[in-house]
Design a protein around this ligand. Structure first.
Ligand code: SAH
Length: 297
């Protein structure tokens, strides 16, 4: 059985068409054929270019305008969202996030479209925010850290620095923000949520962007999601007392689980690698996530 990874160079020729965040109000991707050809030729080292305002090619400008128009019309308007997001990404970079795939993904996904109107002005602060049903959207810094860890799994270490991860399972969709970030760095994302209200909220948050590679599932993530297995990576947005055996069974050899685990009075972040020699667990920094619960509601 082969490990589910694809090089992003395989995907690059279709990149602009897949950059769903450039869609207009109707969600129709506005793809400039010249920009598509240009992007298809970008060498790996130019990957950072879209993040740097001064390096943005002129072809990209209509895309930015389109995103602005959509978010304003959708009632989730935030006048200076692009600039605020760029500043957030710079801060993440300063705080130690160095994987360009992660930084680009956080630059691409408009976090303000995933938070409630009253919290819009906080969308680009490094803070978790309520999303209803006593759950929260994770801090951007924690999303970046966990996705960076996921991309550093054993199987990716021999891959080019711009390679895409294969299939990923996310436990705890919440509002769908992290699932969307994962959609930028993985070939396919399966994201499962146990609360119907939030599953539906994530569905409506994602709908306008028409993201073909992010699949939202209503169910108990403690059981994993066997239909997408084996996974190159599994990421949990809720903390339990142990890593469920189902996740380990559904992880590919060479893959990694990144999850918060209850430890003493708090939680710690854990990275669990599945290698041909067996499981290898690293205990990382303290974190604070909502609890992992079983069953659906
Ligand atoms: N990924 C979100 C964070 C959501 S908070 C983001 O982008 O910010 C964590 C979510 O995990 C909550 O919505 C909670 O309902 C969900 N959750 C907890 N236990 C779960 C389980 N067993 N299966 C699926 N989802 C679960």
């Amino acid at each position: 059985h082969s490990f589910p990874t694809r090089r992003s160079s395989d995907l690059r020729p279709t990149f602009p068409a897949r950059n769903q965040w450039s869609g207009d109000i109707q969600g129709t991707p506005r793809v400039n054929a010249n920009a598509a050809r240009q992007a298809a030729r970008l060498p790996a080292t130019d990957w950072l270019a879209p993040m740097l305002p001064q390096a943005t090619p002129p072809q990209a400008q209509p895309h930015r305008v389109a995103v602005q128009a959509r978010t304003t019309a959708g009632g989730a308007g935030l006048a200076n969202a692009d600039a605020l997001r760029a500043r957030m990404v710079q801060q993440l970079q300063r705080s130690g996030i160095s994987d360009v795939r992660v930084l680009s993904a956080l630059q691409a996904v408009p976090r303000h479209c995933f938070v409630d109107g009253a919290l819009l002005d906080q969308a680009y602060k490094d803070t978790s925010l309520p999303i209803g049903l006593q759950q929260t959207i994770s801090k951007p810094g924690v999303v970046a850290r966990m996705v960076e860890l996921l991309l550093a799994c054993p199987a990716m270490q021999a891959q080019p620095v711009d390679a895409r991860l294969g299939r990923v399972l996310e436990i705890g969709t919440g509002c769908g923000y992290q699932a969307s970030v994962l959609g930028q760095v993985a070939t396919e994302v399966y994201s499962i949520e146990r609360l119907r209200g939030l599953h539906e909220k994530a569905r409506s948050n994602l709908r306008p962007f028409r993201i073909a590679n992010v699949h939202l599932i209503l169910g108990d993530g403690m059981l994993g999601y066997p239909l997408g297995a084996p996974y190159a990576g599994i990421i949990a947005a809720a903390g339990g007392h142990a890593i469920p055996q189902a996740w380990i069974d559904q992880l590919a050899v060479g893959g990694r689980i990144v999850a918060p685990l209850v430890s003493g009075q708090g939680q710690v972040l854990v990275a669990l690698d599945k290698t041909p020699q067996g499981l290898h667990q690293s205990v990382l920094e303290p974190v604070l996530f909502v609890p992992l619960k079983s069953g659906m509601a």
